[in-house]
Design a binder for this molecule. Structure first.
Ligand code: SAH
Ligand code: CA
Length: 214
């Protein structure tokens, strides 16, 4: 489901700072060589992540779901001078490619890329985090949230991607709701009812939930 008229989306993209050489290259190589290239954040969402991060200037960002590194590089660009991005992914087939992109980014020293199951790695991370981007397996969104919420600094920002799930969150009750859709519905309801955060669901691309730890 397209949420926005394609002509309007093009207008938005042509009125957002251009992707630089590296981000264009990551997008191109993801398209050409990687499974499910639709998962990449891409131009508009990437720039939004970059600008949010530049406003926040975090010392520590946790990204759950590196994929080909696009969103991670966008966010790492907004880190504080001594800041760090820890980015996690379970798919080691992309490791060589992604490490290459991180090296090319000029800020590889700020990026701690770890391979493994995020459900196992996150409990070993002490935090605190100023920003977390949840973008891995949808079934674990609530688990990721519960693992990180007590490690967020007050004022810390949690972003969770794909919370409109191609519009399937609106599926009417007569239809079968698949388990990923149900996981997203449960996640959105949890955030909406959680007094520990204030939140806004942004209808950008596939939907981004922004929650600020109070
Ligand atoms: N953030 C990226 C896209 C992430 S796609 C961007 O915006 O460009 C989702 C990623 O989550 C995939 O690369 C997948 O391998 C990873 N993933 C899925 N389950 C995971 C798990 N349990 N632990 C860590 N990573 C996982
Ligand atoms: Ca995503």
């Amino acid at each position: 489901m397209e949420f926005i008229d394609p002509a309007l989306l093009t207008y938005c993209e042509t009125h957002s700072s251009e992707e630089d050489y590296l981000l264009k290259k990551i997008a191109r190589e993801t398209q050409a060589k990687v499974m499910m290239p639709r998962m990449i954040s891409g131009h508009l969402q990437g720039k939004m992540l970059e600008l949010f991060t530049k406003m926040k200037n975090p010392k520590t960002i946790l990204e759950i779901g590196t994929y080909t590194g696009y969103s991670g590089i966008c966010m790492a660009r907004g880190l504080d001078k001594d800041g760090k991005l820890i980015t996690l992914d379970i798919n080691d087939e992309l490791e060589v490619m992604v490490r290459g992109f991180f090296e090319e980014s000029g800020i590889n020293d700020k990026i701690d890329y770890r391979l493994g199951n995020a459900m196992e790695i996150i409990p070993t991370l002490p935090g605190p985090f100023d920003m977390v981007f949840i973008d891995a397996d949808k079934i674990n969104y609530i688990n990721y949230y519960e693992l990180i919420i007590d490690k967020m600094n007050p004022g810390g920002i949690i972003l969770a991607d794909n919370v409109l799930w191609s519009g399937k969150i609106l599926a009417d009750e007569s239809r079968q709701i698949d388990k990923n859709t149900q996981a997203i519905l449960d996640f959105n309801a949890l955030i909406q009812n959680d007094p520990r955060v204030e939140n806004a669901l942004l209808p950008i691309r596939d939907g981004v939930m922004m929650a600020r730890k109070i």
